[in-house]
Design a protein around this ligand. Structure first.
Ligand code: NAD
Ligand code: A1AUG
Length: 542
């Protein structure tokens, strides 16, 4: 603790810029995008104070133009992962001991750097790496990341202020120690903000981190690293390794000082990691914290009283923004027979009004590319299957083309089978499946929504009938960690809708909340007796 009870600045949500034609932010981000497009970025490993080039590289290309190379990144060998761990442990001595307000200042500075001089860079890099439109890049890489940093600083100070009662003659206090060891952060491709937040939230609480970003996000991860460096994060606090996820992970999880996993990605990978940690449990000095936010099969359920235009907009935005590659994206929809046709006509009209999928550099595009060939091929396979299956029909989209970029049209599948494969499986692309229920089966449909998927991440109910909303809120209590009424199921805002799911969707530790930060500390209770007894006898013994 410093010499004062410092108050951190009150956190607020970063305002979203419009990027409308003629605005300076639009001009700046497009200029930066061109510079990246015509440049050749090289990304080393960041271990301690060293930037290591191994010579074993992978080239980076935008998903919307996979033939064009914009840089390369270096891959770690086992010895580099071991080096990253030993650098962590060396850096821990000073970092864990640094007064908390110094740590807070670094991350507040990082937030302001992203809000200012790095905004165009982090957005343009996210457009390039993940093929996000400028709006999707702005709400993720700029605003959500800034919000994570600012709000977490506020939550950290609230956690430290949380202290026990003290009876007469004693003083009880709790110190929130960082975990003894190091934290391993594994991040997904789809949110630059998540990539930055997973290592940063653990580091903010005094931990040291080995961070392994997704191969498909390295281009924007580089900007995150540049920001942390400029903000003054000491060398060795966050060490970054790229490379074979299995090798990196096996090396990390075999280390006795491994003390926490901060993961976001697919459910299968997370379950495998949990298993590995279990198998290694006798190796570790402490029980590792395991935090994982994983997949979803997020729903929209419309009641017969819901307004068709509102349902249609929730579907189009919820299912197709960022090509459906949000863990929160709507991918199964339940419509009542009485309004289904009107809703689906509106959805089709919206899709018809969109450009063909294209580059985010053309700001009139709403749909850009999916992340990589593996994802493209998987989506194409499910679309082809729906075309062939008797119990499914494609009523909009269904086209795909990977000749230039990994482009998949926004696609709507209509099925008569509520357990049809695309009603249950996470596809992670711009494909939504619709099931039409009989209006009189509303209550049965609630059971169907609850029982269809192993996941429980997000879900939305639209209705103007308050009794129906109440019934749905109760019946669907366990099938979404983020439950939306009369809205789409995406777009959680830090500080307003803490995000995370249960069941197979994760440990629900709510990214961007005090609950999450508490996972990265191990409280120590200190009881100090002010006048220490010197006689063992109770008064009644005389
Ligand atoms: N619940 C949430 O908050 C949330 C947020 C974003 C994404 N997601 C989920 O993430 C998935 C999409 O992201 P993705 O494609 O990057 O996920 P992914 O699971 O393929 O990869 C995530 C990370 O895990 C690493 N990885 C892959 N295989 C591994 C292995 N065998 N051992 C160790 N690490 C391994 C990857 O390299 C990457 O860094 C979706 O399932 C989505 O729902 C969830
Ligand atoms: N928090 C984001 C989703 C993050 C996962 O991909 C949302 O609410 O849409």
């Amino acid at each position: 603790m410093g010499k004062g009870f410092f108050q951190v600045p009150t956190a607020y949500n970063e305002p979203i810029k419009s990027y409308a034609p003629g605005t300076p932010e639009r001009e700046e981000v497009l200029k930066q995008y061109d510079a990246y497009y015509n440049g050749n970025v090289e990304v080393p490993l960041y271990i301690g104070s060293e930037e290591i080039t191994t010579g074993n590289t992978i080239s980076m290309s935008p998903p919307h133009e996979h033939g064009h190379i914009v840089g390369k990144f270096h891959l770690a060998e086992k010895k580099h992962v071991e080096q990253a761990i030993s650098n962590c442990l060396e850096a821990r001595k000073a970092w864990a001991d640094l007064t908390w307000e110094q740590r807070a200042a670094i991350f507040l500075k990082a937030a302001d750097l992203i809000a200012g001089p790095y905004r165009a860079k982090i957005n343009a890099a996210t457009m390039m790496a993940q093929s996000k439109t400028i709006h999707q890049a702005e709400i993720d890489a700029a605003c959500e990341f800034i919000d994570f940093l600012r709000f977490n600083v506020e939550y950290m100070s609230q956690i430290y202020a949380e202290q026990p009662e003290s009876a007469d003659g004693i003083w009880n206090r709790v110190e929130y120690r960082p975990l003894e060891g190091f934290v391993y952060a594994i991040t997904p491709f789809n949110f630059t903000a998540i990539a930055g937040n997973l290592p940063a939230s653990a580091a903010m609480m005094g931990n040291v981190v080995v961070w392994k970003p997704s191969d498909s996000q390295v281009f924007s991860a580089k900007v995150i690293i540049d920001v942390f460096k400029e903000a003054g994060l000491p060398d060795g606090v966050i060490n970054v390794v790229f490379g074979d996820p299995v090798m990196v992970t096996e090396t990390v999880l075999a280390h006795p000082d491994f003390s926490g996993l901060h993961f976001t990605g697919s459910t299968f990978v997370f379950k495998e990691l949990w298993k590995q940690i279990g198998n290694n449990i006798h190796t570790y000095k402490t029980y590792p914290r395991i935090v994982g936010e994983t997949g979803g099969k997020d729903f929209i359920l419309a009641h017969p009283t819901a307004k068709p235009a509102q349902v249609a907009t929730a579907i189009v935005r919820g299912a197709f923004e960022f090509q459906g590659q949000k863990c929160s994206a709507a991918s199964r929809v339940y419509l009542p027979k009485s309004t289904a046709k009107e809703v689906l006509d509106l959805v089709k009209t919206d899709i018809d009004s969109m450009n063909k999928p294209g580059s985010p550099a053309d700001m009139s595009n709403f749909i850009t590319a999916v992340i990589h060939e593996g994802s493209f091929d998987k989506l194409a396979k499910y679309i082809d299957q729906a075309k062939a299956d008797d119990n499914a029909e494609i009523i909009a989209g269904g086209g795909y083309d990977k000749s230039v970029g990994y482009f998949v049209e926004p696609t709507v599948i209509l099925t008569q089978d509520p357990k049809y494969t695309t009603m249950c499986t996470e596809l992670f692309g711009p494909v939504v499946t619709i099931y039409v229920y009989d209006d009189k089966d509303w209550s049965k449909t609630l059971e169907l929504v609850d029982g269809t998927s192993e996941y429980a991440l997000t879900g939305a109910v639209l209705s103007t009938d308050r009794y129906a909303i109440d019934e749905a809120t109760k019946a669907l209590q366990n099938c979404a960690g983020n439950f939306y009424i009369n809205d789409k199921p995406t777009g959680a805002v830090v500080g307003q809708q803490p995000f995370g799911g249960a069941r197979a969707s994760g440990t629900n530790d709510k990214a961007g909340s005090a609950q999450n930060l508490l996972r990265w500390v191990s409280p120590r209770l200190i009881k100090e007796t002010l006048v220490t007894p010197e006689d063992y006898r109770y008064p009644f013994l005389g």
